[in-house]
Write a protein that binds this ligand. Sequence first.
Ligand code: TRP
Length: 351
Amino acid sequence: MLGKYDFTKKVTVLTGDRPTGPLHLGHYAGSIRERVRLQDTAAERFVMVADTQAYTDNIDNTRKVGEAIPHIVADYIGCGIDPDRTTVFLQSAVPELAELTLLYMNMTTVSRLERNPTISAEKKMRGYGEAERDFPSGFLCYPIAQAADITGFRATHVPVGEDQLPMIELAQETASKVNRIASRDILPSPLAVLSATGRLPGIDGKAKASKSLGNAIHLLDSDVEIERKVMLMYTDPDHLTVAQPGRVEGNVVFAYLDAFHEDRQEVEALKDHYRRGGLGDVKVKRLLVKTLVDLISPIRERREKAYASPDAITDILRRGSAVARERVSEVLNDVRSGLGVYRFPAGLPHS
Ligand code: TRP
């Protein structure tokens, strides 16, 4: 289920982000850093702005989604995703994905969807009533659409956070169902690739940094804002004086140093010192502020410059979506014939 890249084989990497707001350090540590690294390898790379998926729980707030699209592309560029080396595209600009989703909906039971732990957690988070099942059917079905996103490119590797593992599992099941019905290998089984750092906690110590929880450091945060957030970070509540021994586990400052400070030895030495006692929170926080300012400020400058050219951003999405469309059309065609769905003798009217 989990994968490592094997560059002796053809590697196609696809990931996506919902445009619901600007990206934050959780996205960066969880998968964007990895996408940038992969640009120096032989992998074929696609990055999708998942606007269709964002609508599954934002149909009453479509403006928010539309406004977030150029922000996300600017964030990508700021982080070093190069549209000449990575195909960056918009999900809704590839309608073939929607058709693939419709076909896959017939291969996935409602109970299978209702057993998806990420969907259940998100239902709770969004306050959707459990007993009345009072949520949009598109929301329940978005894992199917995500299986289409992944298999529609014949992606072999999907760098994601842990919460996305149930989605990859469904994509694997879907690929194998298509192959079984077709009696031949049409779709590869995609592998999830988890980041080495794991899930980044929120500054408040909650398990996940997220925009909706307001506990994330964003890639567009100013240096002052970064400092403010680091100074608010949850540490060890029992570490009351500098002299006392402190706990590193569950301490957000150390989780961030682990994720972002390049000198591993320095971090380990600081952890030892903190555990022994004699090291104050503020001192460790100062190091983290510097680490994050050094990381984020060049990203922020590049992303601001990119955001200031909306036409260039539209152009990136337009070019990328044309490439993506060509790819998904081909795969959709293969899936249709593999499933044996009806075709006009001379081909579909639009193909
Ligand atoms: N569900 C993902 C998220 O919330 C976004 C996403 C949509 C995605 N389609 C994808 C991720 C395909 C990987 C592959 O972050």
